[in-house]
Design a protein around this ligand. Sequence first.
Ligand code: CTP
Length: 227
Amino acid sequence: MSQNSQRRLLITAGPTHEPIDAVRFVGNRSSGRMGVALADAAAGLGWRVTLLLGPVAARPLHAGVVVRHFRTCEDLRTLLGEEVSRADALVMAAAVADYRPRPNAAMSGGKFRRTNAPMTLELEATPDLLAEVSANRKPGQFFVGFALEPKAELLESARAKLVRKKVDMVVANGLETMDSETVEATILFADGGRMDTAGVMSKPEFAVWLMGVIGAAGSGTGLRTED
Ligand code: CTP
């Protein structure tokens, strides 16, 4: 990562909405607030920030944050393709849908009509965007993934994502973080290191703390405990 004060950060935030027909979608409860708070914190710390933001009401307060909007996993894939090569760091906080409705001629044209018969929605897996971009990453780029996990599997599953997605760091949260005002997180590093937040923090407080960790880790000066 370059050392000057204008390091470029690309953040993704919010859910994806995967269309069923012209008016309905498959989505999730992500509010985007974590990623928006990270964008504000990073801009305040001197990063040049681009925020790829899903269909949510949250907006960054910092005027310096460039916002580009996505709705579907495919929209986000296109935006990532356009933006990722110029980023020094990528923070993938978006809650990307794992499955989307399979294209279906009966539904795609307009509004699917209700009948009394049961209906089955056929889903297909979406591409893993983080794994895709990290497979093509440039030397020196620092990639951060998020993992939302049931408490009992938090560390094991987050560690597996770190390896599978080939990222430098994973921020692991319990499931309750999704639409909460607060965060309690464990950070796992590719080199085996680990950090925990000192208890529960508000999302803006956590964002400033996490950007400090990313800034230090990305420039090789991070201080942390090994597990
Ligand atoms: N992610 C992604 N593309 C997807 C799904 C997830 O880029 N299709 C990213 C998320 O933005 C996040 C990380 O991968 O940074 C982990 O997301 P998560 O949904 O927790 O992981 P999954 O790969 O979906 O694994 P699982 O379903 O087992 O939890």
